[in-house]
Design a protein around this ligand. Structure first.
Ligand SMILES: [Zn+2]
Length: 213
């Protein structure tokens, strides 16, 4: 899953407005934010196999450190711990818990769309419900999650709605390109473009969230 993850970020921002939206944007993609450099360093593996799913060609055959359920729980606990340590707010514990939920949501959302390539632990007992094999419904789900979460956020947040909604449309257009455009030229290209997208999205949303209504 790609832009649908941000639906969780927007929804959690409504529940706990003290967490900066850019932090939640990185939290919901944290597993992928580390997946990309792990691919570039050869610690985890992906190969491009056109046709392996109907909507993208990623054969994610080895990613125990970022996308096993056990690793995800550890990333969630670690991320929450670091966030609590850095912010030191009166409600730090509760807030850190929401950061953990954001990180954990990545695996749950991925579970719906991935082919069985998500291990429970290490590199075994792999799960995935495979919605990527139905490009139309998979794309609709990404859009529904993104805009559903955004709607929850915009209905209470003191920000201008139109720029945020336009940003959502741009994200959805990029998602369409990923699903229906040409495959990435290599595993490294896939990792680099993903990482660039996560960074740019976090920067843009930080700027949009700062502009009061
Ligand atoms: Zn992922």
């Amino acid at each position: 899953m790609f832009v649908g993850h941000y639906g969780a970020a927007f929804a959690i921002k409504r529940v706990d407005p003290s967490i900066p939206l850019w932090v939640l944007f990185l939290a919901v993609q944290l597993l992928d934010v580390f997946w990309a450099p792990f691919i570039l360093l050869g610690i985890e593996k992906v190969r491009i196999v056109p046709g392996i799913t109907a909507s993208n060609p990623l054969d994610l055959y080895y990613m125990p450190y970022t996308h096993s359920l056990l690793a995800t729980v550890l990333w969630s606990a670690g991320g929450a711990f670091v966030y609590g340590l850095v912010t030191r707010t009166p409600l730090a514990r509760q807030t850190a818990l929401w950061v953990a939920v954001a990180i954990l949501s990545h695996w749950v959302f991925d579970l719906v769309v991935h082919r069985p390539d998500l291990p429970l632990y290490d590199d075994t007992a792999k799960l995935g419900l495979g919605l990527w094999n139905l490009p139309g419904p998979a794309f609709a789900l990404e859009g529904a999650l993104l805009f559903g979460g955004m709607w929850l956020y915009l209905s209470t947040a003191p920000v201008r709605r139109v720029p945020v909604a336009l940003f959502g449309l741009v994200m959805l257009a990029i998602q369409a390109y990923v699903f229906f455009g040409p495959p990435p030229v290599s595993d490294r290209a896939a990792a680099l473009t993903a990482l660039a997208a996560y960074a740019v999205f976090a920067v843009v949303v930080a700027r949009l969230a700062r502009r009061a209504r």
